[in-house]
Design a protein around this ligand. Structure first.
Ligand code: HAM
Length: 428
């Protein structure tokens, strides 16, 4: 579980801000759902035999004796929310949310126990057009973030019935080779045999390669759905590869599944993953409603932004107020507040804790501000304050206190950007 410190925050904010903008452009509404849910919800939706439910959940009994779990992902909570708030009734919803998720995994580079997702869910849409839209939306986000090296991998798992048929074939196949399986895979054979296909054990590679393919067992409607998705992606210029072994680690999927992967992240290469879960809402007891969504891993995305050099500098103030003299120090908060009123959105930072001129100027310089405003007792007596550029050579100029805000605004418009990128980031 990591702290996100001020030095890292601008990348997070840029990602969050661009995602929010893009969701708005595509017509997705933000929702905020609880971080804890009843444990049963995750068991029923993610699946009893998944790694997440078997060994990664933070589960506890509350004082009332209810078993609760810190959410390991957002889809189950959003499905629960649309059901329990009566939002279904044939209506369709395009939703997104973001926040921390919790999985007790073995920590390594890119894999954490508290991590963050930006998650989208479209509920009530059956056709492949929404699959296309969600993928187009993510592709747009990568472009906006300057991430050019992500690859899209697709597969179709078919309907739940087709998957059940395939499951039997797969179990028969692996039973014949049971002796060659490792302990993990033998365990999965009983509960979730599709997950054997995901095994990273190199000794199983040949066996997995030779296993029957899910694509050979797809139902006609799923095949047509997948073909339409592929054609539409071709039409909008999103390239992809089809990987018939992509099965995903959560049980609720049917038909389309996809992952955006990177070859720059080592073992934890999935940056954004998702798929259809047409059966989940009915399985949770509500009217049968098709749905699809994805979640992107914020930490992994931020790591890629860093590699791509698309992390903005931390925002710097635009103006730093230096005050020297008893009366000037007393007047400074008032001047600062008046400027913050008059220049909304501009960073106006006031020197705190006194200090001589040299100390205050050092702080002003370190703050990255473009201009220093100097308040002194003598200047106050004359009804003026001095403004000095900090990012270029240049003397200070006196400005009348009455006209200060307008003068500073026009000076800031002429000044080069400060050491932080508050300007272009803040107003992008
Ligand atoms: P997931 O594949 O388990 O899917 O996670 C989605 C993304 O979250 C991954 O691609 C990865 O970037 C990130 N992620 C997962 N686990 C960790 C971890 N331990 N540390 C850091 N990042 C991680 C889901 O969660 C589904 N709910 C996605 C979905 C939404 N499907 C339909 N709707």
């Amino acid at each position: 579980m990591n702290d996100v410190l001020p030095g890292d925050i601008s990348a997070w904010q840029r990602l969050e801000q661009l995602a929010r903008t893009i969701f708005t452009v595509y017509g997705y509404d933000e929702v905020r759902v609880p971080i804890v849910e009843h444990t049963e919800l995750f068991k029923r939706s993610i699946g009893e035999y998944t790694d997440i439910v078997e060994k990664e959940m933070y589960t506890f009994d509350d004082v009332g004796g209810d078993s609760l779990t810190l959410r390991p992902e957002a889809t189950a909570g959003i499905a629960r929310a649309v059901i329990s708030n009566g939002l279904l009734r044939g209506a369709r919803h395009k939703l997104w949310c973001s926040g921390p998720m919790f999985r007790h995994e073995r920590p390594q580079q890119g894999r954490y126990r508290q991590f963050h997702q930006i998650d989208a869910e479209a509920v009530g849409f059956a056709g492949p057009d929404i699959d296309v839209e969600l993928i187009a939306l993510t592709a747009r986000l990568w472009r906006a973030l300057g991430l050019t090296r992500l690859r899209l991998v697709l597969n179709s798992l078919g309907t739940l019935e087709a998957r059940a048929r395939y499951r039997e074939v797969l179990v028969d196949y692996f039973r014949v080779h049971e002796g060659a399986l490792d302990e993990d895979s033998r365990r999965r054979l009983g509960g979730n045999p599709l997950r054997i296909l995901d095994s990273k054990n190199p000794q199983l590679r040949a066996l997995i390669e030779a296993a029957p393919l899910l694509s050979d067992y797809l139902d006609e409607a799923s095949r047509a759905h997948f073909a339409a998705l592929c054609t539409a992606l071709d039409g909008i210029g999103v390239t992809y590869t089809v990987n018939p072994r992509l099965v995903r680690g959560l049980d609720y999927y049917s038909r389309t599944v996809f992952e955006w992967v990177s070859d720059e992240l080592g073992a934890q290469d999935a940056v954004c993953s998702g798929g259809r879960y047409d059966g989940l809402i009915a399985q949770l007891g509500a009217e049968s409603t098709p749905a699809i969504g994805f979640a992107l891993g914020v930490e992994r995305c931020v790591a890629l932004m860093r590699l791509a050099g698309s992390v903005p500098d931390a925002p710097a103030p635009e103006l730093y107020i230096v005050a020297s003299g008893e009366r000037a120090e007393r007047a400074a908060p008032q001047v600062a507040e008046a400027l913050r009123d008059a220049l909304p959105g501009r960073g106006v930072q006031l020197n705190l804790g006194g200090g001589n001129f040299k100390t205050q100027f050092r702080r002003a310089d370190r703050s990255g501000a473009r201009l220093a405003l100097i308040l002194g007792d003598d200047e106050l007596d004359r009804g003026v304050a001095a403004v000095k550029p900090l990012r270029r050579e240049g003397g200070q100029i006196d400005c009348s206190l009455d006209l200060l805000a307008g003068r500073i605004a026009s000076l800031l418009d002429q000044e080069p950007a400060g050491s932080g990128a508050a300007g272009d980031f803040g107003r992008a």
